[in-house]
Ligand binder design. Structure first.
Ligand SMILES: Cc1ncc(COP(=O)(O)O)c(C=O)c1O
Length: 370
């Protein structure tokens, strides 16, 4: 039998946040009483403008889309001040991450990331036979923020790709522009990937413009979060043309369907949906921080600029898997740190920020655990 390459001898897969149906089927809990806080989705659902555009695009289902998703590329370019040729679209940002790994690192090549981080970075790197280098020292254990000096020290002349996530996942902590520039400038022989999946919740426009200045930077974004289109699968990257040209060569040719293209174009005009979502998340962060004050065995790690936050388990008698399962039985889905993030151990959970009723249920369920 022809075996897959050694990196796939014992493949590891992404552990996604559980769906609500699972909790209903397993514990018989009414879906209306489930708080889904493990996938960082939009509490208000999809952009209605996108839904209408997707519906209208049904009439084009028999037609191949342009292989570069040209209308969406043009819309993204116009929105963020780029040329269409400086944009690549993917079936979710996740697909763009996989293309970056394939195009900008070689088999055995080093791909650097902080530990913990979005697991897709190391899962794809390893699945492609690259060496995922997780820098544990780059995370300050008290604040869970990135220790930039330690991260820059972890870069080597042989590092081929350097990941930065801003706001970071799973901590939600934020890097200032000067910090991002330091990393990009410290890595002239690597491609720096700045993942801005959650940038809307930072209350800033982010650093998407930096890709105009640096020829070793790509900035990635998703439509899954503030636009509420996780189920449609749209993400993109902006970078200088040689970077995009290389990515296009490894892209599955028609990776974006008619519906994704139409939905993405419309979503970019739905500022009202994005603003409403961001306002609710910002208010939700303050709300849940206040509610956590009542808990003795759990502590919220402050400083998140995203739509999730880390919970530290203070009670030595329990661990993240026991707490995760206890919450599930009470209809609350979060992420178990020890299962969902390499390098996060069993003292942490990650929960979404969501509407007050869901934050109340999370806090009540935590308080109710034996
Ligand atoms: C840090 C980070 N980047 C990228 C993504 C991927 O988003 P998409 O749904 O566009 O693939 C996620 C999704 O959870 C994420 O947490």
């Amino acid at each position: 039998m022809r075996l897959a390459h050694p990196g796939l001898a014992d493949p590891e897969y992404y552990v996604a946040g559980l769906p609500a149906d699972y909790v209903t089927a397993r514990y018989g809990i009414d879906p209306a009483r489930i708080s889904k806080l493990g996938s960082a989705e939009n509490p208000f659902g999809a952009s209605q403008k996108a839904v209408e555009a997707v519906t209208a695009a049904m009439g084009r289902l028999h037609l191949y889309p342009t292989w570069t998703a040209q209308p969406l590329r043009e819309k993204i370019a116009a929105t963020y001040g780029y040329e269409p040729e400086q944009v690549i679209c993917g079936s979710g940002e996740t697909e763009v991450i996989s293309l970056v790994i394939r195009a900008f690192s070689e088999p055995g090549g080093e791909v650097l990331m902080p530990a913990p981080c979005f697991p897709i970075y190391h899962l794809f790197a390893e699945a492609e036979g690259r060496q995922a280098v997780l820098s544990h020292r780059a995370t300050d254990r008290a604040t869970m923020a990135l220790d930039l000096d330690a991260y820059i020290e972890a870069m080597r002349p042989t590092t081929q790709i350097v990941f930065l996530t801003n706001p970071h996942s799973p901590s939600g902590t934020w890097l200032e522009e000067a910090d991002v520039r330091r990393v990009v400038e410290a890595a002239p022989s690597a491609l720096v990937v700045l993942d801005e999946a959650y940038v809307h919740y930072s209350g800033t426009p982010g650093y998407i413009g930096l890709a105009r200045e640096y020829d070793n930077l790509i900035v990635l974004r998703t439509f899954s979060k503030a636009f509420g289109l996780a189920g449609l699968r749209i993400g993109f990257g902006v970078a200088q043309r040689p970077i995009i040209n290389a990515l296009l060569a490894v892209k599955p040719t028609w990776n974006m369907g008619q519906l994704q293209i139409a939905g993405g174009v419309a979503a970019l005009d739905d500022d009202a949906h994005v603003s409403r979502t961001v306002e609710a998340i910002v208010a939700g962060r303050t709300y849940v921080a206040d509610r956590f004050e009542s808990l003795e065995r759990f502590e919220m790690i402050g400083g998140s600029r995203s739509n999730f936050f880390l919970v530290r388990i203070l009670d030595p008698e329990t661990d993240s898997t026991k707490v995760f399962n206890g919450l599930l039985e009470r209809g609350v889905i979060v992420k178990d740190g020890s299962v969902s993030f390499r390098g996060l151990e069993d003292r942490f959970l990650r929960s979404d920020v969501n509407l007050p009723e869901h934050m109340d249920r999370l806090v009540a369920a935590l308080a109710d655990l034996p």
